[in-house]
Unconditional design. Structure first.
Length: 118
């Protein structure tokens, strides 16, 4: 499974960004993989930001991003694109954001940097 993230960058506090992740190379149907976004800030552990279960059945968010971030996915037969819409960004949202796919085993993307600064 290959995951490629895009959409990171520098944004001012209060601004918005949308991250994208395209995943391909699934052994099983892409609908059966849960898709998530994690982030890791300098000197901190990687943390779960948002997750969407297989086929988009339900979502879950870290308390720190509830009401500001939204995860969504578009499934095709052999690929899935997952988005993270980030609004009202804060400096503490600065991190490398990673896409993650999991059915039984987990797979990671290479990460995309998000910097929130004036």
């Amino acid at each position: 499974v290959q995951l490629v993230e895009s959409g990171g960058g520098l944004v001012q506090p209060g601004g918005s960004l949308r991250l994208s992740c395209t995943a391909s190379g699934f052994t099983f149907s892409s609908y059966s993989y849960a898709m998530s976004w994690y982030r890791q800030a300098p000197g901190k552990e990687r943390e779960l930001v948002a997750t969407m279960t297989s086929a988009g059945g339900s979502t879950n968010y870290a308390d720190s991003v509830k009401g500001r971030f939204a995860i969504s996915r578009v499934n095709a037969q052999d690929t899935v694109t997952v988005y993270l819409q980030m609004n009202s960004l804060k400096p503490e949202d600065t991190a490398v954001y990673y896409c993650h796919a999991k059915r039984i085993l987990g797979y990671w993307g290479q990460g995309t940097q998000v910097t929130v600064s004036s």
